[in-house]
Design a protein around this ligand. Structure first.
Ligand code: NAD
Length: 268
């Protein structure tokens, strides 16, 4: 059975890619597209917006008006919008794929309550390669243990509004969990001035922003005399788009619960 997909944030960098990615997946069909209520693109054809030619799906200004038209909502927008959509989907029993990053603690708690009745897949990064890296990081951290200093460096395009990236934070969590540390306590976000010597237990984050970098992440395990680096470089947003649509098809067949891309890829 074809899974009916809605994409919100349809005019965004990821939104346009997601519309294309849905068109490339034989199991899915785009049946709704949503943008901000004040967007000048309301009424425009979603296929044309994504550079594919008309697909007959007009962009609307809220999820509530199309709740009957889809099975799974794919949401790569901003935290406040995703939270409002999670409440609407939770109440209507519609599945969600959430790619939005940058939720604060309060928003995370609200999101948890909103999604309790439905199946959702949330991931800071939907690419298959990054999810494989999570597995490799867990292995590296367990083998190298407390003998190494762990540093995470990420680079993204100049338009990205949150830092460090959600993916870098996820990588930090994987390493911290494998080493039995609490990332909230050991993370160091940038260094400046008289910082003092590095404390072994810390996990450092460094952020680069510039140009059109789609997303680079390197985790360094630095020991005396050697260093292991695990690097992922995204060269196209389609890696996220294809993964998110794959996740949407998978979510449509799941019972209520919170899942991530590791579940979708069978990496757990
Ligand atoms: P973007 O700014 O290009 O697009 C966001 C879109 O959301 C915009 O078109 C905006 O108008 C729309 N939007 C905002 N409020 C809305 C609302 N209330 N209703 C409907 N639409 C609304 O940003 P982007 O680069 O596409 O990234 C979007 C989000 O996805 C960010 O949080 C980013 O970090 C995240 N992201 C995640 C992954 C992943 O794999 N998880 C990959 C890339 C980007």
């Amino acid at each position: 059975m074809t899974v009916r997909i809605a994409v919100t944030g349809a005019a965004g960098r990821m939104g346009r890619i997601l519309i294309e990615a849905v068109s490339l997946n034989d199991d899915c069909e785009l049946t709704a597209a949503i943008e901000r209520p004040e967007s000048s693109l309301l009424g425009a054809d979603a296929g044309e917006l994504a550079g594919l030619g008309k697909n007959g799906v007009a962009i609307v200004g809220d999820v509530a008006s199309v709740l009957e038209d889809f099975d799974v909502l794919i949401d790569f927008t901003v935290p406040a919008a995703t939270l409002a959509n999670a409440k609407a989907c939770g109440a209507a029993g519609k599945g969600m794929v959430i790619g939005t990053t940058g939720f604060n603690q309060e928003q995370k708690i609200e999101l948890e309550a909103a999604i309790a009745p439905i199946a959702i897949c949330q991931a800071s990064n939907f690419s298959t390669g990054v999810n494989l890296c999570f597995k490799l990081l867990d292995m590296a951290a367990k083998v190298l243990g407390d003998d190494v200093d762990v540093e995470i460096v990420e680079a993204h395009h100049r338009h990205k509004i949150d830092a460090p990236s959600g993916t870098a934070l996820s990588m930090g969590h994987v390493v911290a969990d494998a080493l039995g540390r609490d990332l909230e306590k050991v993370a160091v976000y940038g260094r400046e001035g008289q910082t003092g010597a590095r404390e072994r237990d810390t996990i450092g984050f460094a952020t680069v922003r510039g140009g059109d970098v789609v997303g680079d992440h390197t985790v360094m395990f630095c020991a005396e005399g050697e260093r292991v680096e695990i690097t992922h470089k995204a060269s196209s947003r389609m890696s996220f788009g294809r993964g998110a649509v794959r996740a949407a098809a998978w979510v449509s067949a799941q019972s209520a619960g919170r899942y991530d891309m590791q579940d979708v890829l069978g990496l757990k």
